[in-house]
Structures are given as structure tokens and as C-alpha cells.
Design a protein around this ligand. Structure first.
Ligand code: FAD
Length: 319
């Protein structure tokens, strides 16, 4: 028996979300009195054994060139083999784009119960009950899983990364890798210094910024803070910003430590993607803007006056 954690990587580097999943999975294994194991697919440049410090005892590594490009179908088939190799009864994913694509497929294949978007450790005192957000973060649901194999995908920033001591045994897994039916013709790298889904700080702009030519100050502030940039949906719809920056109900759901919303009204569909942020700062010229109700700090003012002042202040602090 084991708890198996899918270790998501990009260009050979393990994603931060996977470190949260590893720490979470190690704790679940401790709760169940079993061990945590990991599975990683494709070429990895990082020292996998070092991931043992997050509590994982063994890492199954399937190294195959086909796995260097994400294909949900191929990945699912390989992870199913890792589940057998690890004799896993619980499988953990990050609730990111890859996890969202694989977890339901794996659940169907293994006839396993799935809780997507878990926000806390399972309650194992009486069965196996997992808490998740529902209604765009407005409520919680506790879902009891009773299938022999249970699958959880963990929301970002829901569990703290816990690093201790130890190394993991890295075991090459000789899995059958089916040919991908997806042909990758080009890879367009997302611009920006920090990937939005992993960013600790996000500077986000809305229609209040009037046009794409005014995003210079958003990018400058983001650069100074080591932040990622985001936007509201209408901004992406009119192509002021690329769609991968759009956050909200129909875009990316993020949970950074700090979300700075500039010229965004705070519609419920926008809040659905950002209301798990630890601290929200809103800059809006309308004191009645709904976003202020969800804000920890609010600045009522014109973004074109306020943001340059913040940039100057940050520059002064940074020297
Ligand atoms: P606006 O509503 O136009 O607000 C602009 C804000 O900027 C105003 O509050 C204004 O006071 C302020 N402002 C204007 N000038 C300045 C200035 N100079 N300085 C400071 N502030 C200024 N939206 C999303 O964002 N994400 C989603 O995923 C999403 N999904 C949706 C799904 C559905 C089914 C539907 C129906 C809608 C969805 N929407 C989504 C759209 C959503 O309802 C809002 O229309 C949208 O979020 C508004 O974007 P905004 O705040 O940028 O623009």
C-alpha cells in the first residue's frame, strides 16, 4: 500500500505545485500509516532523490522522449501502471492544468473516486472524507470516498510545503508508453518572468486601464515585485492581453499570497478565480466598486496616478 504523488515537471524542473502535493501526500501517507511514493514522467534535470526531503520514500521515473510533451491520454496510461507498481490506494495530483486533465481520466480507468480541488487533508477518523471548495469558493463540501483507490487533486496554496531531511530511492519504471496521437508543431512560451499559476504575487489589470498601451506600468510594477501579470476577461477578449493571463470563473483560478487588482470592478465571475488569494489590494477610482468588499486593502484613486507612485515607492525601498 502507498500514497502515490504525481510530480509535475516542465522542461526538467519540478513545479512548485508538486512540492505542495508531495508534502500533502507525505502527510496523507502518515495518516494512513503507509509510505509516500512519487511518479515523474519524461526527462528531468533536477536531482529526484533530493525530493525525499518532502517526505517521499521512492520515486518511480519513466524516462521516455514521448513523455517530454504533455499528452493527457498517454500520461494517464503510464500513471495507471505506476499506481500498480506502487500498489497505491491514494493518488494525489496538483489541481493545475495537467492534474485536471489526468485525474478524471485516471479515475475512470481505475474506477476510483475523485475529489478535485481539495483544500485540506482528508479526515480519516471515520472513513476518508476530503474537503473541497464549491460554488466558486463560496462554500465547502466534504466528500466521502469509499472506492478501493482514491484520487485527490490539490488546489494550489492549500497546503504548506514542508521540507525536512532525507533522500528518496529513484526507481526507473519500465512502463509501456503508447504513441501519442498529438503532434506538437510549435511550443509558444508564455511571456513574463513568473508563471501565473505559481506566482506568489500577481499584478492584475482590468478595463479601467483603457487600452493595451497602458500596460507598461503594470509590467513595471510586476517586474519590481517579482510578480506575474494577469487580467480580467474583457481585457483578454479584446486582445489587450493574451488569454492565458485571464483569471476568473472562465479563466485561471489562482491563489497567490498577494493579488493587486488595478482598474477591475470585482464582478463575481472575476472574484471566483482570485478569492483564495491571501491578501487582496484593490486600486479603483470608484469607491463603490464591488471589489472593495473583497479587499484587504483598498486605494480609491486613479490608477494612472496611484500606480506610478507605488512604482516610485517600491524603487525607493529596493534602493
Ligand atoms: P469593468 O467592469 O468595466 O470595470 C472596470 C473598473 O475599472 C471599474 O470598476 C472602474 O471604476 C475602474 N476604473 C475605470 N477607470 C479607472 C482608473 N483610471 N483608475 C482606477 N480604476 C478605474 N470576468 C473575469 O474577469 N473573469 C472571468 O473568468 C469571467 N467569466 C465570466 C463568465 C460569465 C458566464 C460571464 C457572464 C461573465 C464573466 N466575466 C468574467 C465578466 C465579468 O462579469 C465582468 O464583466 C468583468 O470581470 C469586468 O471586467 P473589468 O472589471 O476589467 O471591467
Amino acid at each position: 500500500m502507498s500514497v502515490l504523488i504525481f510530480i509535475d515537471q516542465a522542461e526538467g524542473h519540478v513545479k512548485k505545485a508538486s512540492l505542495e502535493a508531495l508534502s500533502y501526500g507525505a502527510k496523507v501517507a502518515e495518516q494512513l500509516g503507509t509510505t509516500a511514493e512519487g511518479v515523474v514522467l519524461g526527462t528531468v534535470t533536477e536531482d529526484l532523490a533530493a525530493l525525499g526531503k518532502y517526505g517521499v520514500k521512492k520515486i518511480h521515473h519513466v524516462s521516455n522522449d514521448t513523455l517530454n510533451h504533455f499528452d493527457a491520454q498517454v500520461f494517464t496510461a503510464v500513471i495507471a501502471q505506476a499506481v500498480t507498481a506502487a500498489n497505491a490506494t491514494v493518488v494525489i495530483f496538483s489541481n493545475n492544468v495537467d492534474g485536471k486533465a489526468i485525474a478524471p481520466r485516471l479515475a475512470a480507468r481505475l474506477k476510483a473516486g475523485l475529489v478535485s480541488g481539495a483544500v485540506a487533508l482528508p479526515d480519516t477518523s471515520n472513513g476518508f472524507v476530503v474537503k473541497k471548495n464549491v460554488f466558486s469558493g463560496k462554500a465547502f463540501a466534504n466528500i466521502a470516498l469509499s472506492s478501493p483507490i482514491k484520487i485527490i487533486s490539490l488546489n494550489a496554496n492549500s497546503y504548506k510545503i514542508v521540507a525536512g531531511e532525507g533522500t528518496a530511492e529513484v526507481a526507473p519504471l519500465n512502463a509501456t508508453v503508447e504513441a501519442s496521437r498529438v503532434k506538437v508543431t510549435a511550443v509558444n512560451k508564455v511571456t513574463g518572468e513568473v508563471p501565473l499559476s505559481e506566482a506568489e504575487i500577481v499584478v492584475s489589470g482590468g478595463r479601467g486601464l483603457k487600452g493595451p498601451e497602458n500596460w507598461g506600468m503594470i509590467e513595471e510594477l510586476a517586474h519590481l515585485l517579482g510578480a506575474a501579470t494577469a487580467c480580467s476577461r474583457p481585457v483578454a477578449d479584446v486582445h489587450w492581453r493574451p488569454h492565458h493571463e485571464h483569471v476568473g470563473q472562465t479563466g485561471l483560478a489562482i491563489a497567490p499570497n498577494l493579488y493587486i487588482a488595478i482598474g477591475i470592478s470585482g464582478a463575481i465571475q472575476h472574484l471566483a478565480g482570485v478569492n483564495r488569494s491571501k491578501v487582496i489590494v484593490v486600486i479603483n477610482k470608484d469607491p463603490e466598486a464591488p471589489f472593495f468588499k473583497a479587499a484587504d486593502y483598498g486605494i480609491v484613486g486613479d490608477a494612472f496616478e496611484v500606480v506610478p507612485k507605488i512604482i516610485e515607492a517600491v524603487k525607493k525601498v529596493k534602493g
